[in-house]
Structures are given as structure tokens and as C-alpha cells.
Design a protein around this ligand. Structure first.
Ligand code: SRM
Ligand code: SF4
Length: 561
């Protein structure tokens, strides 16, 4: 039997439901549960402040409802005018600044119901959108955000943007509800269609990422469809195609697991859109619509078999994939500081802890970036490691940008330890309804303790990938961390270790359900061994396997205990 969400989609009239009526209801700060499910397709989630839940319950008040809004920003690229508009939205409507996500876009939290429509309208006025930023559709297409190093990089980004545009839902519901677009009635309403998705859209979310070796800064193997750009002689020749990546899992349920995407071949650029459509159509028709826990493409592939899925994709696309081409990734972190791109332009990557842009004490992200956006003549980019890039700067303007960065305390990247430079934490409490433990708010407490331990062993500058998630859904892609904490309960985490440094090997559980003291103790011992026994330039994750701390397993998928 199809899941309840399938019923909601079926009767929603292409994602309208009764969202408009719910927004107009002044009696409550919420909308209905069913409309909340549809709202995701429009790029927003209804949440409530979990810090206030108990107190409001005691006072017999409804939860402190507010909405999270997520922009759709292919490849994380925006103009300075868009930056200023997004910053204005944060100060006009949101509670906690701008938040860069692990899929290189912005979220705004704490928007109350009556401000939701003005917020989405303001994003539209800034020539951006929130449509399909969430929901059972193709999400924001992520792409190597690092500086436009070459013509091939620019070409690859253009394909990411085309994919994002091409795979958008076609419903007019978004314009009707948020932008006062004309309502479709009569024959026009009858004629409305979703040519790719159909009336029930996909069984589950679908994610596409494009990486350009040697940088795997999008974690390309964590995507439902990962594209590895093949560049030869400075020209983009096409993409290796990897399918079935995904991170989400449920504690104690071995039928759910993180999985790395499997490479199935190579496609030339002019066939990319047709191929993506075919892949999505296979998942649309073959994906599980009864049990949402098993509805991601990775489970479709494991159930039907990779060969059968590949054959069906090729049948629907009308062509066969070519043999995959060689590629090599070196790392999946960002490169901080200035990097020179092509045509004499420069690009500055700044580290933003957990992607949270607020003005706090010495570090004033909102004010500083506002000042930069007013004078900067290039663009601004977000990365999948929750950082930002001031891109396309003329050599003569570098000093001015550097001065603003330093004056607002945004130059932490110059001083940060190796582990801090490679730390990513998901949002978790207080807004995420699924969080079991703290993540973003815990990172600033955890890092100094880890740094003290690393310092004791002379490892302060060692680059180590650290990922924190408040639950096993894996929004910080924790299964690809050399060290990862996955939340189980307040103050308790699974400690997972030994992914590689380039996003090509999943980590494994080392200690289950431990508190901070236990995990720091375990790590201190391992840091001591790493310092004493590592080989030159050996990464921590690789050392843990070679040193026998964990066994080397050739695994594409890993069961979360
Ligand atoms: Fe995520 C659900 C935040 C990237 C896997 N994710 C959520 C929700 C919406 C909670 C909910 O469903 O009620 C979180 C909102 C928290 C909040 O208050 O803002 C949330 N996910 C995030 C973000 C903001 C984390 C961050 O700190 O940056 C990321 C937004 C990305 C974006 O801009 O689109 C985010 N989420 C990811 C990623 C990483 C990625 O895509 O590269 C993953 C793992 C990859 C994957 O999809 O497999 C991820 N999020 C999930 C899942 C598990 C899906 C699954 O297959 O089981 C859920 C839960 C669900 O969908 O049922 C989830
Ligand atoms: Fe929320 Fe879990 Fe995602 Fe963290 S990993 S944002 S706790 S759903």
C-alpha cells in the first residue's frame, strides 16, 4: 500500500494542498501536518523551537512554531546584489542570521507564519527561488565551488546550472501561493502536467553533485547521482556517472545504511540532460513508494541490482554509457586563503564555523560580508563544507578585501588548527525536529578539547576530517569523516572512524553510544599512536586501518549499529 505521503501528493493538485488557506489562518502559528509535507517542495519546513517545548507545554501554549526556508542556488553561486538581498531577509524576518548548508545554499530559521510569504517573495525578487530546495524532487545541484580555475571549470558549473533548471518541477502552485501568480482554473487547471515527475513526484528526495578532480569538495559519492568531470587538455570531455550514493540511516535498523555511489560509466556533456532524466525516471517508477525509509535510489539499486538498473537507464535514455575514464581525487575539504584562477582573477575562501553567519563578539560575519558585497565586483560562492568564497577578485582589489576580512575577524582560517579547518556540523538543536543530540552548538565546545589533545601529541596542524551529526540522517555526511560523531541521545554519540581524506571510503563504528569523556579518551590514545607510528603524509583515517585499529573492508555500504 502506498505510504500516506503518496496519498497527500496524489490529492495535492500539483503541490497546492491547502497551504494558502493555512497561511491565512490567524488562529495558529502553524499549518496542517499534510500541508507541512507539501510545503517542503516549496523550500520550507515548519519547525518549533525545541529549547522552549517543555516550558510552553507547561504553560499550555502551542509550540513556538516557526519556519525554516532554504534557497535553491545551483553550485552555490550568487551575485553581490543577491548577497545583500539575502542578508536583508535575515535581518527582516529570520532569527539566527544566514546559515550556509552542506549543499552550498542558504537557510533562514525562525520565520513566523505571517512572514513566510514576504520572505519567499523577497527571495524571488532577488532573482533566486526556494522551489524544490526540499521535497521528493531533484534538490539543489551542487558543484565544485572552488575558483573558476579554468574554462573547463566554468563549463562544468554551467552544466550543473542547466541540470538544476532542467529538472525543476513545472507546477504553477509556487507562483500562485507565494508570488500572487494567476490561479489556474477550468481547462488550464485540467491541462496542468508534470512531464518528468508526474502527479506524485519522486518516491523520495533526489540529489545530484558534480566534482572536478582532484577536488571532491562536494562529496560526489554521497549523491544519488554523482558526476565526476573528466577534463583533458584543458577541455571538459564529459562525466563519469556514479549512482546510488546516500548517507541517511536509522539507528538499530540494518535495512538502512549509508552507501557510496557506484560508477557505471561515462557520458558526454551533450547527453547529460537526457541521461539525468532517464535516471530520475527509473527511480520514479522503480523506487519504493510504500516504505519511505527504503525509498532512496540507493535501496532501489540494491534491491534490483546495479546491472539491471544500469540497463534500464540506458534503455530509457536510448544510448549506452561509455566505459568510465580514469580520475583521481586528493581531498574533499576546501582550500582556504587566496587561490589564483584563470584570466588573472583571484578567489578567497573563508572558513565559517558550521556555516552560521551572525555578528558575534569579535567575529562579525553579517556586517563584514555586507561591506564586502558593497565594494566587491565579482561574485560570491558557498561550498559544501559550509564555507564561502569571495570570487573573481582583480589582483589590485585583494588588499582592500583582506582589510575588511581582518577588520571583522573573518580571517580565522589563517590561525585555525588542522582539525578545525576540516570540521563540519549539521544544524541539529534547537530547530531540527529529528535531532537526538547537539551538533552545531556542540562543535565550539568539542573543538578546543580535541585541539588540546592533538597539541599534546604535536598534531595541531594535522588535517583531519571531523563531521558531527545530531542523528544518523547524516546531514553533515558524517559517514565520510575520518572522525565522526553521530548523535544517539543528549550528550551521547557513536564515534565512527577511518574514512579516507577524499570522500571515497565510509568510516566504521569504533565506540557506540559514548559520552564526551569516553570519546575524548579513545581519541587521545589514537592520536598518540598516530603521532608515533604514522608514515610521512599518511592521513589519520588511513593510519587507523594500516595500524589495525579497524579492519580494512572493501565496502560500498555500511550498516549503522
Ligand atoms: Fe538533511 C532532514 C538539515 C544536508 C540527509 N536535514 C533534514 C531536516 C530538514 C530535518 C527534518 O526533516 O525535519 C534538517 C533541517 C534542520 C534545520 O533546522 O535546519 C536537515 N540537511 C540539513 C542541512 C541544513 C544540514 C547543514 O547543517 O547544513 C543540509 C541542507 C542541505 C541543502 O541545502 O539542501 C542537509 N541532509 C543533508 C545531507 C548532505 C548532502 O545532501 O550532501 C544529507 C545526507 C545525504 C543524503 O541525503 O543521503 C541529508 N536530511 C537527511 C535525511 C536522511 C535522508 C535519508 O535518505 O534517510 C533527513 C531525514 C529525512 O529526509 O527523512 C534530513
Ligand atoms: Fe537534524 Fe539529524 Fe540532519 Fe542533524 S543530521 S540536521 S540532527 S536531521
Amino acid at each position: 500500500m502506498p505510504s500516506h505521503l503518496e496519498d497527500i501528493k496524489t490529492v495535492s493538485r500539483f503541490l497546492r494542498g491547502t497551504i494558502a488557506e493555512g497561511l491565512a489562518d490567524p488562529v495558529t502559528g502553524a499549518i496542517s501536518e499534510d500541508d507541512n509535507k507539501l510545503l517542503k517542495f516549496h523550500g520550507s519546513y515548519q519547525q518549533d523551537d525545541r529549547d522552549l517545548r517543555d516550558e510552553r507545554r507547561r504553560q499550555k501554549l502551542e509550540p513556538a512554531y516557526a519556519f525554516m526556508v532554504r534557497a535553491r542556488l545551483a553550485g552555490g553561486v550568487m551575485t553581490t546584489a543577491q548577497w545583500l538581498a539575502f542578508d536583508r531577509i535575515a535581518s527582516d524576518y529570520a532569527s539566527s542570521g544566514l546559515r550556509i548548508t552542506t549543499r552550498q545554499t542558504f537557510q533562514w530559521h525562525g520565520i513566523i507564519k505571517r512572514d513566510l510569504k514576504p520572505t519567499i517573495a523577497a527571495i524571488d525578487a532577488a532573482l533566486a527561488s526556494t522551489i524544490a530546495a526540499c521535497g521528493d524532487v531533484n534538490r539543489n545541484v551542487v558543484c565544485n565551488a572552488n575558483p573558476v580555475e579554468s574554462r573547463a571549470h566554468a563549463a562544468a558549473y554551467a552544466w550543473a546550472a542547466k541540470l538544476s533548471e532542467h529538472l525543476l518541477p513545472k507546477t504553477r502552485a509556487y507562483h500562485e501561493i507565494w508570488l500572487d501568480g494567476e490561479k489556474l482554473v477550468g481547462e488550464a487547471a485540467e491541462a496542468e502536467r508534470e512531464p518528468l515527475y508526474g502527479p506524485t513526484y519522486l518516491p523520495r528526495k533526489f540529489k545530484i553533485g558534480l566534482a572536478i578532480p582532484p577536488l571532491n569538495d562536494v562529496d560526489v559519492f554521497a549523491q544519488d547521482l554523482g558526476l565526476v568531470a573528466i577534463v583533458d587538455d584543458g577541455e571538459l570531455r564529459g562525466f563519469n556517472v556514479a549512482i546510488g550514493g546516500g548517507m541517511g540511516a536509522t539507528h538499530g535498523d540494518p535495512s538502512t545504511y549509508p552507501r557510496l555511489a557506484s560508477v557505471i560509466g561515462f557520458v558526454a556533456p551533450d547527453r547529460l540532460l537526457a541521461l539525468a532524466e532517464a535516471i530520475i525516471a527509473v527511480q520514479r517508477d522503480w523506487g519504493d513508494r510504500e516504505e519511505r525509509k527504503h525509498a532512496r535510489f540507493k535501496y532501489t539499486i540494491d534491491k534490483r541490482g546495479l546491472a539491471a538498473v544500469k540497463a534500464e537507464i540506458e534503455k530509457r535514455a536510448g544510448f549506452a554509457l561509455e566505459a568510465e575514464r580514469p580520475f583521481r581525487f586528493e581531498h574533499n575539504g576546501d582550500r582556504y586563503g587566496w587561490v589564483e584562477g584563470h584570466e588573472g582573477r583571484w578567489h578567497l575562501t573563508l572558513q565559517v564555523e558550521s556555516g552560521r553567519l551572525v555578528d558575534g563578539g569579535q567575529v562579525r560575519w553579517l556586517t563584514g560580508m555586507r561591506e564586502i558585497a558593497r565594494v566587491h565586483t565579482g561574485d560570491i560562492r558557498l561550498t559544501c563544507n559550509q564555507n564561502l568564497i569571495i570570487a573573481n577578485v582583480a589582483a589590485a582589489d585583494r588588499a582592500r578585501i583582506d582589510a575588511i576580512v581582518a577588520a571583522h575577524g573573518m580571517d580565522g582560517y589563517r590561525r585555525h588548527s588542522g582539525i578545525r579547518q576540516h570540521a563540519v556540523a549539521c544544524v541539529a538543536l534547537p530547530t531540527c525536529g529529528l535531532a537526538m543530540a547537539e551538533s552545531e552548538r556542540y562543535l565550539p565546545q568539542l573543538l578546543p578539547k580535541l585541539e588540546a589533545s592533538l597539541d599534546r601529541h604535536g598534531l595541531l596542524s594535522a588535517p583531519i576530517l571531523l563531521r558531527l551529526s545530531g542523528c544518523p540522517n547524516g546531514c553533515s555526511r558524517p559517514y565520510l569523516g575520518e572522525i565522526a560523531l553521530v548523535g544517539r541521545a543528549p550528550g551521547r554519540y557513536d564515534l565512527r572512524l577511518a574514512a579516507d581524506f577524499s570522500g571515497q571510503r565510509l568510516n566504521q563504528v569504533y565506540r557506540e553510544n559514548v559520552d564526551e569523556a569516553a570519546l575524548l579518551d579513545a581519541l587521545d590514545g589514537l592520536f598518540a599512536r598516530y603521532a608515533a607510528e604514522r608514515e610521512p603524509s599518511e592521513h589519520f583515517g588511513d593510519f587507523l586501518l594500516r595500524g589495525g585499529v579497524l579492519k580494512h573492508r572493501k565496502i560500498a555500504a555500511e550498516v549503522v549499529a
